[in-house]
Design a protein around this ligand. Structure first.
Ligand SMILES: C[S@@+](CC[C@H](N)C(=O)[O-])C[C@H]1O[C@@H](n2cnc3c(N)ncnc32)[C@H](O)[C@@H]1O
Length: 181
């Protein structure tokens, strides 16, 4: 298992080219999410492992009622780029296994192509659950080449989340929409 310092280093070194290389494929995943999720009534939205902030920027353009948007990522270089591109959104360098966020803060939480990097994904999920309010929608997508739908379901069943919907789109990731039980 690759350690977190090494993961941060890898993403730091690819941060400059990330958008050019991956935005096209990431955009297909975002479309799958947009077709299932309505963010308009959400008070506070967190993107865990937000990379260069593209997803948050797109959703922040939705007409909302003062929604707060926050992105966190382990890679300082990813976060620097996100800050430069989208100065009105809050971006924080942090480990998703130890979120610097109070309990019950966010009403929607996204983790897009991020969880496959985590050595203990169950711990990451517990953190995402901790900072979520009672009715929070938690949206997770994860790389299909390393994770199967059954493996993801088993992981989620170990938590107090229930899966409301699965998707397996013709893209790299499998995804789930979850809520607290
Ligand atoms: C494949 S990128 C996806 C980025 C973004 N979600 C997107 O849609 O383009 C994975 C991201 O997860 C971040 N990441 C990896 N491990 C992390 C951790 N422990 N805590 C927070 N972010 C992490 C990486 O730095 C990287 O930016």
């Amino acid at each position: 298992m690759v350690n977190k310092k090494e993961i941060a280093r890898r993403y730091d070194s690819s941060a400059e080219i990330y958008d050019n290389r991956y935005n096209f494929i990431q955009d297909k995943k975002y479309r799958e999410i947009f077709s299932r999720v309505d963010i308009r009534e959400s008070k506070a939205i967190l993107d865990v492992g937000c990379g260069t902030g593209t997803f948050l920027n797109i959703i922040s353009e939705t007409e909302t009622n003062g929604t707060k948007f926050v992105g966190i990522d382990l890679s300082l270089e990813m976060i620097k780029i996100a800050h430069e591109k989208y100065p009105t959104i809050d971006f924080i360098v942090a480990d998703s296994d130890a979120l610097p966020i109070r309990d019950l803060t966010f009403s929607q939480v996204f983790s897009i192509t991020h969880l496959q990097n985590l050595p203990k994904p169950e711990q990451t999920l517990h953190e995402m659950i901790r900072i979520s309010t009672k009715d929070t929608l938690i949206v997770i997508s994860i790389l299909r080449k390393t994770w199967s739908r059954d493996k993801l379901s088993e992981l989620i069943m170990q938590t107090n989340l229930q899966i409301n919907e699965h998707w397996t789109a013709d893209v790299e990731d499998i995804g789930v929409l979850c809520k607290k039980k």
